[in-house]
Design a protein around this ligand. Structure first.
Ligand SMILES: [Zn+2]
Length: 323
């Protein structure tokens, strides 16, 4: 693969393996990271860039440690408590960084889903909330061996250079499942609602800040693998994502911005309508895809399809994950 146009960075991590350069996303990230005045860096955590997108919203950028898309984490400061949405890979002092951003407020930690790039930093905290359909995966995929796959047999990082000593030591933490519609109270009536947006994983969940009307959607552009014997696999389908978007549709117009787990921030809510349109097109004719891809991930070869999303990337799915 051709190396993408380099983006200047002071981060302590340095990518070895680059992902494909998405035409619009790459330019957005290049301008944001190199030229925007929003960027802040903190010595306490050299793996994170901080961007303030609202008076009380910090968007935390870090590089992927496993060659995939660079994940976003988000911190909402409420009147009495703050909320952290996703915890990244777990390299660098995330807890300490948040304490510098928001001193003296209790932190509620939530995960959009259990994937490594969103939940491997959970062990820095005592308790993490996720959708109830994600609890099993969260338990299964979080242990003290989670970072081993990032290194070769000589202990050298495979995908992204970073200092192994900067991984915060793993410890057990409490995982609490919540239902669709669960309200988190950040004090004085400041509420954030859990919005189940499944498909990518069974319990993949968005979080809707009812005060700012900002929607944090997590990962919604790939329908995930179904694991043998796993509960709630009926949620790993294009249809489940479509149904969730139909339920959310009456609220699209009131949203002030959509914040995904990767890529461009503060998107207009129209992107949710475009995603819904793509789901419907796939359900109408699953073989009417734009691209066929063969992907090797963690030693297994998977055949998948991609259907383009208008003005966006594409929705990735397998034929067995449509209905
Ligand atoms: Zn994911």
């Amino acid at each position: 693969m051709k190396e993408p146009r380099y983006i200047k960075s002071n981060l302590k991590s340095k990518r070895i393996v680059f992902e494909e350069e998405h035409p619009i996303r790459w330019s957005f990230m290049k301008v944001l990271r190199e030229y925007s005045t929003l960027k802040q860096e903190f010595a306490i955590n050299p793996y994170v860039e901080v961007y303030k997108f609202r008076d009380n919203l910090y968007c935390l950028y870090s590089e992927s440690l496993d060659g995939a898309g660079d994940p976003w984490m988000y911190v909402i400061e409420g009147p009495k408590k703050a909320m952290l949405i996703d915890t990244g890979f777990g390299v660098g002092d995330l807890k300490g960084l948040i304490k510098e951003l928001i001193p003296n407020k209790k932190l509620i930690v939530v995960n959009t889903h259990a994937h490594f790039d969103h939940a491997y930093g959970n062990a820095q905290f005592e308790r993490c909330y996720c959708h109830e359909a994600e609890v099993e995966r969260m338990k299964k995929t979080n242990n003290d061996k989670i970072w081993d796959y990032l290194f070769d047999e000589n202990g050298k990082p495979i995908y992204t250079e970073f200092d192994r000593n900067d991984l915060i030591e793993y410890h057990e933490y409490e995982i609490v499942g919540v239902k669709d519609g669960h309200i988190f109270d950040l004090g004085d009536g400041y509420e954030v609602e859990a919005v189940h947006l499944p498909g990518h994983t069974p319990g993949q969940c968005g979080f809707y800040d009812l005060n700012n009307k900002t929607m944090f959607i997590g990962d919604t552009t790939g329908i995930g693998r179904i694991f043998e014997g796993e509960p709630f696999t009926e949620f790993c389908t294009v249809t489940a994502l479509r149904d969730a978007l139909v339920k959310l549709k009456p609220r699209f117009d009131e949203m002030s911005g959509v914040f995904p787990g990767h890529g461009m921030l503060d998107q207009t809510p129209t992107v949710l309508q475009y995603l819904l349109d793509t789901c419907n097109q796939i359900i109408d004719n699953p073989l009417n895809f734009d691209k066929e891809i063969v992907m090797e991930r963690h030693g297994t070869v998977q055949k998948m399809y991609k259907k383009n999303i208008h003005q966006g990337t594409a929705l990735r799915y397998k034929l067995e994950n449509v209905k």
